[in-house]
Design a binder for this molecule. Sequence first.
Ligand SMILES: *Cc1c(COP(=O)(O)O)cnc(C)c1O
Ligand SMILES: [Zn+2]
Length: 400
Amino acid sequence: MRSRPRWDQPSFESMFYTRLVCGLCSTVHDRSVLQSVCKKCGRPLLAQYDLESVSKYVSKPELKTRQPSLWRYRELLPLPLDLEPVTLCEGWTPLMPAPTLARSLGIKQLLIKDESRNPTATFKARGMSVAVSMAKCFGVKAIAAPSAGNAAGALAAYAARAGIEAHLFLPKDTPRANLIECRVMGAEVNLVEGLITECGLEAARRCATEGWFDLSTLKEPFRLEGKKTLGYELAEQLDWQLPDVILYPTGGGTGLIGMCKAFDEMQQLGWINTKRPRMVCVQASGCCPLVSAFESGAQFATEYKHVSTKAFGLRVPKALGDFLILQAIRRSHGTAIAVPDEEMMESATEIGTAEGVFSSPEGAACHSALKNLLNSGWIKTDETIVLFNTGSGLKYLDSL
Ligand SMILES: *Cc1c(COP(=O)(O)O)cnc(C)c1O
Ligand SMILES: [Zn+2]
């Protein structure tokens, strides 16, 4: 018997979460202390689990009886099992048929995973719930993060819930909804000249001097674990048959990398077969480093210059996990495609008019990409297609 767990003294004994490994050079890191990136190469760390034991402990029918939040996949998340998560009931969002939109596109089955239903109205809530839970578990008292807007809103909310200080670094032209949200949740808002890249540098500088924990995308391993639940939910909601194609608006790429990680884990758990969706990485024409890298066959992406798009979640000129995103797209026989802002805004109106979903420009971009890929024949009309609406249009009133 082990002693009772304490928030300031996490115990990872007898857990299914077993290892923390670098996604590039495979160096193993100590999971029992707070880690950020790989100590050897500076790239993201990935959590690994004893999936054989999980498969004996949890069954698919058992999952059905659990709470409608991402914490239903508790054994596949890194938080010690007897600690309470920091939660606002995130995840388990609806996967809705979009029959009118499907008819207008001439396709058989179209589904929208509507992530605007999450706390703080975007899917950033998923990553933050798990990452803030882990930070609290390690006794962190203050957290910082750069953000294009939505990550900041989510972090502000979860930090408030956890009783942790939040210091946020956002571009000067961040939508008002995000700034107001952060302040109302009691976070410190720092406006920075430039894009998320500059915000990231400033956040890192301040973390070094103030001793705050840096929660930047993929600079710690657990936002990814929260986002991977997108993949588990999709499978469970489709009765463990994955779709043919997934269109995903990609900025830092945690959702795309996370879903593919979930698919690998579920296959090892024996929950799904070997059939995988083709992953489509959708970016904005005004910021598409991954599309360029995909097309040129590169392993890493180069920083995108002259960024210009109203899809703030996609304003990421350089992603730390670029190689993981590119690998995930290629392994799935997927593709990467850029969409101009005007097409996104038209798509937002089409989705709203046809289905009553007020999508974010990022979510709408998936619809524009779908049209293009149907025209080129890359997607066939008899395939099952899932679009991700990653956030609510209500956060983008100035752009829409
Ligand atoms: C952050 C964000 C994205 C991009 O997500 P990643 O997983 O970081 O690629 C897409 N849409 C919205 C609304 C976002 O806030
Ligand atoms: Zn490494």
